[in-house]
Design a protein around this ligand. Structure first.
Ligand SMILES: Nc1ncnc2c1ncn2[C@@H]1O[C@H](COP(=O)(O)OP(=O)(O)OP(=O)(O)O)[C@@H](O)[C@H]1O
Length: 346
């Protein structure tokens, strides 16, 4: 796929590649009214996003993660122009999203894992035809994008099926195609693999990797699945209570949080706990043993050591839960010694 058309062929001149998305001290405060008595209501201010600054370069794939209520969706909504920031400065491809939402719409695609943008009762292809018109996509470009996406996501046989009859994985792939028909330069993905089986997850991740490599699409990904981040993003940002807490590689996040992965090994017979520091056996059940080891380290030397020393039948590596990694990282930062760990945002 060649580079995308933008506003009829005009590509940004006023936006350096390194600053494709730029936030400077961005804030969002909601005023909420809560009932405090039978007739009494109180106004409360919720600071959903609290002075966040970061830049994302053109073509980067960045994970944007955090606990529930951290401010992720609010940030994405400001980046799409749905919400106006209460303070700070925000630009996407040189555009102020809340002021020029229509112009920005040509450049961004959004996929919400929990919601579909497709027409429920229409066959998939009809939703795409409607988008073709809505976004005024040139015919040739529409055809090329549709063919390529349908091929990569293996949707050919499903184009005439009404959306309501699609499985979750099929519908998600359908939504991703819909977000890409107009060749956006930026793709916001909110939980794109939620509820998908292993095969569908792999297909979606392969597709996103290929999209990024072929078109250089900039991707901001919100997810609760650590493997999404591991397989797609070289950089991850962690937000908590509206504040950016970490910005760096995933390995660094593991280090800051001291998180651990688990190697599960099946041996030919019951054996005493395997000795393979720095890994340590945390559970033994008959011939199966569980070994915890630092998540920032490769499993390869450990596997090689065990394979040489023990009668190995099978093994698998279990990733730590993303919530656990974040919780440990936040806990560590709250009591952080000086200087702060690398990647931590002060
Ligand atoms: N329209 C709104 N009015 C009032 N408060 C809101 C509104 N939208 C979000 N909030 C509050 O702002 C905070 C951040 O919410 P947000 O939805 O951005 O979090 P999130 O990180 O996306 O969470 P989740 O992972 O649960 O989707 C929460 O305290 C939420 O209750």
């Amino acid at each position: 796929m060649e580079g995308g058309y933008v506003d009829g062929g005009v590509v940004d001149k006023d936006c350096p590649d390194g600053d494709f998305i730029r936030l400077e001290g961005v804030e969002k405060v909601f005023e909420v009214r809560t009932r405090t008595g039978l007739l009494r209501r109180e106004r409360r201010r919720v600071r959903a996003v609290d002075s966040i600054s970061f830049t994302v370069a053109r073509g980067e794939m960045v994970g944007y993660i955090g606990p529930n209520g951290a401010g992720k969706s609010t940030t994405i909504k400001m980046l799409t122009g749905i919400l106006t920031p209460s303070g700070g400065r925000l630009r996407v491809a040189g555009i102020d999203p809340s002021r020029e939402r229509t112009r920005l719409a040509q450049r961004i695609g959004v996929v919400f894992g929990q919601r579909t943008t497709l027409w429920w009762d229409l066959p998939l292809i009809d939703s795409y035809r409607l988008m073709h018109r809505m976004y005024r996509i040139p015919d040739r470009r529409y055809r090329e994008n549709l063919d390529r996406c349908v091929e990569l996501l293996e949707l050919e046989s499903l184009l005439d099926v009404p959306v309501r009859q699609l499985s979750l994985g099929q519908r998600m792939r359908g939504d991703i195609v819909a977000a890409l028909l107009h060749d956006p330069q930026v793709l916001y993905l909110d939980e794109p693999t939620i509820g998908l089986d292993v095969v569908s997850k792999a297909r979606v991740r392969d597709f996103l990797r290929e999209l990024n490599a072929e078109r250089g699409t900039t991707v901001l990904l919100t997810t609760h699945d650590l493997q999404d981040i591991e397989q797609l993003c070289s950089r991850v940002m962690v937000i908590d209570r509206g504040r950016l807490m970490y910005d760096g590689p995933l390995a660094g996040l593991h280090e800051v949080g001291d998180s651990e992965r688990t190697l599960v090994v099946d041996l030919e017979r019951e054996m005493p706990p395997i000795e393979a520091p720095p890994a340590r056996v945390v559970r033994v059940e008959g011939p199966r043993q569980w070994l915890a080891f630092p998540a920032s380290e490769s499993a390869a030397p450990l596997v090689a050591h065990i394979a040489a020393a023990c009668p190995l039948v099978d093994l698998s590596v279990r990733e730590p839960d993303i919530e656990a990694v974040i919780a440990r990282m936040l806990h560590r930062l709250e009591g952080a010694a000086d200087p702060a760990p690398e990647g931590a945002v002060s």
